[in-house]
Design a protein around this ligand. Structure first.
Ligand code: ADP
Ligand code: ADP
Length: 227
């Protein structure tokens, strides 16, 4: 089943002589449960692509469909709901809320919707992430690896259509990087979570089903990983 489709997606920043074409007519289709990595040099448009897919920014041209919804048709309010429920975003610097404990950081998208948490789902997530004994801790009381696990929990709590991860291991040592990758793979394998991961670590990229390479805003290769 096709989960995501980009049709001729172009993103330009600025105007006139300062205009930058960050993405240039990108076409892309991702199936449900795929684990895809995106690689390419710095400045090639990887983060821009993730931001567009996550509804954080809008394309200059072209269309993006997620679960057959054309996200350009969503107004600001609908887009905010889409961001909370349909996509899970993970960044290099965890972006946790410092004044909230682990439980509330993970439940944030649900609390923002003024909904009652699904405690079974919450327990499943914190068990899988090994955070059960840290629920009352605040972000500053956690290691980098633990903070990233909280961010993964927050991204997954709503069972998003797609998990979008932008260099999530960029700030972690080898051991924590491997652990974080294992958790992304676990969510892919056991929850059939579709994952799109940006990395410049080639070894890490090879763990995916498929590697997309972007250069100067263009997809220059898109290949299945032979296992
Ligand atoms: P990558 O993630 O591959 O490093 P980016 O998507 O961050 O690449 O950037 C692609 C291009 O778009 C770069 O030339 C970058 O300078 C430019 N760019 C990214 N964000 C902005 C912005 N907010 N304003 C202007 N230019 C930007
Ligand atoms: P805004 O329109 O100001 O981005 P949102 O309601 O989308 O408001 O989000 C409010 C805050 O909640 C944001 O600062 C963001 O960091 C966080 N947030 C939004 N969506 C998610 C999500 N899916 N997972 C985790 N945190 C989220």
């Amino acid at each position: 089943m096709e989960l995501l489709r980009c049709e001729n997606v172009t993103k330009k920043y600025g105007s006139g002589t300062l205009m930058v074409t960050a993405l240039d007519h990108v076409n892309l289709s991702v199936q449900k449960s795929e684990f895809v990595t995106i690689v390419g040099p710095s400045g090639s448009g990887k983060s821009t692509l993730l931001h567009l897919l996550g509804g954080v920014d809008r394309p200059t041209e072209g269309k993006i469909f997620i679960e057959d919804i054309d996200i350009a048709t969503l107004n600001e309010e609908q887009l905010a709901v889409f961001r909370r429920r349909k996509v899970g975003l993970i960044y290099q610097f965890y972006n946790l809320i410092p004044t909230l404990n682990v439980r509330k950081n993970i439940l944030l998208p649900i609390l923002l919707d003024s909904r009652k948490p699904d405690e079974q789902r919450f327990a499943e997530i914190v068990d899988t992430l090994g955070l059960s004994d840290r629920l009352n801790h605040f972000p500053w009381q956690l290691s980098g690896g633990q903070q990233q696990r909280v961010a993964i929990g927050r991204a997954l709590i709503y069972r998003p259509a797609i998990l979008l991860a932008d260099e999530p291991t960029g700030n972690l040592d080898r051991k924590n990087s491997e652990e974080t990758l294992e958790l992304l793979k676990l969510s892919n394998k056991y929850f059939q979570q579709t994952v799109l991961l940006i990395t410049h670590d080639e070894k890490l990229a090879l763990e995916a089903d498929r590697i997309i390479t972007i250069e100067d805003g263009i997809i220059i290769s898109d290949e299945a990983v032979r296992k």
